[in-house]
Design a protein around this ligand. Structure first.
Ligand SMILES: [Fe+2]
Ligand SMILES: [Fe+2]
Length: 328
């Protein structure tokens, strides 16, 4: 490989002089750094960002050590010809808003007074299929995770964020095909997917997934996304009912999680910063506060999905019923 890189570098020098297309010097080739430099240069060439913006400012100390200067937080990290910038966003206390993934208007105070005990009694055949499917799916989860609720929650959130996205996407395509309004349901389901993803972003601050858990996520996502996609096309009422029951199980799991926090089996660590901002929690909030608001979210998802399934059971389309926008 190094031989090829050296040959390329020589060819560039012969062909193009000093402004080589392949910015390799003899030292980097000799050190075996050629591939890394090439990949970096290729990425730079593929980028539309100006070169001076992509490279952080460097300073050479007397000792020869190169120090990368930290950018000032109030300056854009990337400058662009397209003029897109975040602008100055502050919290209510005037401090700078640190998140790019959500804005202050996406945040909310959770309604934790929601009834956690509500349950849809499976009476008709499809409901029983949905209920049994979820109960069967819980068996391997219980065996694999047992009472490791941090890992369990993190892994389950990677699955929980899929149905809303699949449902929202299919309703979006249906709206395009049929030239119809969706009644707000596309947005409602995508909101649910985003809310679930924020659960995951919070849990991953608390529990770092191991390599085999990442592998499991890849496998489960591959299977679950495709299975749910097909199911939603065939029977949205069954798909929403299954999600409704999954959310009931999520409430149960988070209740058990809280029991372990209360008993001291799980340490009640400080809440991650992302959770404090997303759910507008007090600055001294703890893991327990986070789990309480996440559990309330799951109860809202339970209601949304059982409601959606009920609409289909009544022979109607979702767009005929009010979409639960902003229902967290
Ligand atoms: Fe969740
Ligand atoms: Fe949920």
């Amino acid at each position: 490989m190094n031989y090829l890189l050296t040959r390329s570098a020589i060819r560039c020098v012969v062909a193009g002089g000093k402004s080589s297309r392949w910015p390799l010097d003899d030292v980097s080739v000799a050190r075996g750094e050629g591939l890394g430099v090439l990949v970096g240069h290729w990425r730079r060439r593929m980028s539309t960002v100006p070169e001076h913006a992509a490279a952080p400012e460097k300073e050479k100390k007397e000792s020869g050590e190169v120090v990368v200067k930290e950018e000032k937080s109030d300056q854009p990290k990337v400058s662009s010809y397209w003029g897109i910038s975040k602008g100055k966003i502050v919290r209510e206390d005037g401090s700078e808003w640190p998140w790019n993934c959500f804005m202050p208007y996406d945040t909310y105070q959770s309604n934790t007074s929601i009834d956690l005990t509500k349950h849809h009694e499976p009476k008709v055949f499809l409901d029983k299929v949905a209920f049994r499917t979820v109960k069967i799916l819980r068996i391997p989860t219980d065996i694999f995770f047992q009472r490791r609720y941090g890992c369990r929650a993190m892994m389950l959130e990677t699955v929980a964020a899929v149905p809303g996205m699949v449902g929202g996407m299919l309703l979006h395509l249906r709206s395009l095909r049929k030239f119809q309004l969706s009644g707000g349901w596309i947005k409602a389901l995508l909101e649910e997917a985003e809310n679930e993803r924020m659960h995951l972003m919070t849990m991953v601050e608390l529990v770092q997934p191991k390599w085999y858990e990442r592998l499991l996520v890849l496998t489960v996502q591959g299977v679950f996304f495709n299975a749910f996609f097909v199911l939603y096309m065939l029977s949205p009422k069954l798909a929403h009912r299954i999600v409704g029951y999954l959310e009931e199980e999520a409430i149960h799991s988070y209740t058990e999680y809280l029991k372990d926090i209360n008993s001291g089996a799980i340490e009640n660590v400080p809440a991650p910063a992302i959770a404090i901002d997303y759910w507008r929690l007090p600055k001294d909030a703890t893991l327990k506060d986070v789990i309480i608001v996440i559990r309330a979210d799951e109860a809202h998802h339970r209601d949304v999905n059982h409601f959606a399934s009920d609409i289909h059971f009544q022979g109607k389309e979702l767009r005929e019923a009010p979409a639960p926008l902003g229902y967290h």
